[in-house]
Design a protein around this ligand. Structure first.
Ligand code: LRH
Ligand code: MN
Ligand code: MN
Length: 424
């Protein structure tokens, strides 16, 4: 979809400068005993999954302003994901949402293979009603008071697993919008018990080598109480279900100022951290581009993850979950993949021996300075070199713009209507 010669031509204009920048940074890092090539290899090994639903313009519940060349279906979405991966070299998998992305698995596999993509966790959807559905989710799904509605929601999750199995996915992410808008609307205890019982039914259908991720979110669409509102309920769920159940942390699903990196640390301690939905936010579940609002927080999350490397059983699914309203989604997703990779690389530069010593000595000032020294390091040459060596673009956004991809697909994909509210 993006001609390799365009990437090569653009890279050729940056290569000499990049070599100089990389060598300069390499010398600086070597003075601290850090081998820049080893860090670059870590960057090259990094990959984050792109959400299929993020490739279209999102919108809010007030309006959606579609862009040019919006993907018409999952195959167009996979083409866009292929572009993101080809230009960044850091987004080799896709996370699907069912039923939004329902299609013949053989065709999905063929399209993914065309772009060198694989499928990360499947996402079920019991927060919307589908046209052909018998029971409504207006008052809940897996925790509904009505057994038939719960059974329908369980069945849908089992179908997601089945589809995922045929695609090589190894995990199911469950997020429900169940809860209450008013005090007294539901019995919170019984509602949670019904949810657990439904999750146990899904868990029974989970293949041996699969994981099930429970994703918490503080509020929305339920504005008074949500069944899985925080990592406490999520952890309880994962612990009740068994070894294959883990918790998924969506960075936007917390109250403002919550210490997410500490939640990450606790879930690692419990052996229950399963994966992430990366995004950034100012107020709530804003689903803004990763690293654009609070890059230091993203770094601090990665600091915990790098610190925990080698922990037995820690095998995380890294996924993006964003909504793009005012930007070209492909550009936002490329920038986001790179920002997440940047935080990972910066966290890899933390002098952990020095940090541990300062912590032991209660030297708060130097301990925090040690973290900031890594965060402040401009690792751009490492990221660029990793992309260059992988055949991706040194400058993904400018290369994408030069390729004319959006104009090309706009001529093939009819403009979609702006009607209807946004997705979650
Ligand atoms: C809920 C959520 C969840 C959904 C996605 C579309 O806010 O984060 O992960 O599957 O948005
Ligand atoms: Mn999410
Ligand atoms: Mn969300």
């Amino acid at each position: 979809m993006i001609d390799t010669t365009i990437i090569e031509a653009r890279n050729a204009t940056h290569a000499a400068e990049l070599t100089r920048d990389y060598d300069t940074l390499g010398e600086k890092l070597s003075r601290k005993g850090v081998d820049i090539d080893a860090i670059k290899d870590r960057a090259k090994g990094f990959s984050v999954a792109v959400p299929s639903w993020g490739t279209g313009t999102g919108g809010t519940r007030f309006a959606r302003f579609p862009g040019e060349g919006e993907p018409r279906d999952i195959f167009d979405k996979l083409d866009d994901c292929g572009v993101i991966h080809k230009l960044t070299g850091a987004a080799g998998s896709v996370s699907l949402h069912i039923p939004w992305d329902k299609a013949d698995p053989a065709d999905l596999l063929a399209k993914a293979e065309e772009h060198g993509l694989s499928f990360d966790a499947m996402n079920s959807n019991t927060f919307q009603d589908q046209p052909d559905q018998a029971q409504s989710y207006k008052f809940g799904s897996l925790s509904h008071v009505d057994a038939a509605t719960r059974a329908q929601a369980v069945e849908h999750n089992l179908e997601c697993i089945e589809i995922g199995e045929s695609l090589g996915s190894k995990a199911l992410t469950v997020w429900i919008g169940d809860g209450a808008n008013f005090p007294g609307q539901t019995h919170m205890g019984r509602q949670f018990e019904r949810y657990l019982s439904s999750m146990k039914d899904i868990y029974k259908g989970l293949p041996e080598d699969w994981s099930i991720f429970s994703e918490h979110k503080i509020y929305e669409p339920a504005f008074y109480s949500t069944v899985v509102q925080d990592w406490g309920s999520s952890l309880l769920t994962a612990q009740e279900l068994g070894d294959k159940a883990k918790c998924l942390v969506d960075l936007g699903h917390h109250a403002p100022n919550v210490n997410i990196e500490m939640i990450v640390s606790r879930l690692i301690h419990a052996g229950k951290l399963g994966g992430f939905h990366f995004n950034d936010s100012k107020y709530g579940d804003d689903d803004l581009d990763s690293g654009t609002i609070e890059p230091y927080r993203l770094f601090l999350v990665w600091n915990e993850l790098v610190d925990a490397e080698g922990t037995p059983g820690l095998d995380l699914s890294h996924m993006i979950d964003q909504s793009h309203n005012v930007t070209d989604p492909i550009e936002s997703l490329m920038i986001s993949a790179v920002e997440i990779q940047r935080a990972y690389v910066q966290a890899s530069l933390v002098d952990r021996a020095a940090l541990a010593a300062y912590q032991q000595e209660n030297d708060a000032l130097m301990a925090s300075a040690t973290l900031r020294a890594a965060f402040r390091t401009d690792v751009e040459p490492i990221l660029q070199m990793a992309r260059f060596e992988a055949g991706a673009a040194i400058d993904p956004v400018m290369t994408y713009r030069a390729s004319g991809y959006r104009a090309k697909v706009a001529s093939e994909r009819p403009k979609v209507s702006g009607a209807g509210g946004g997705i979650v």
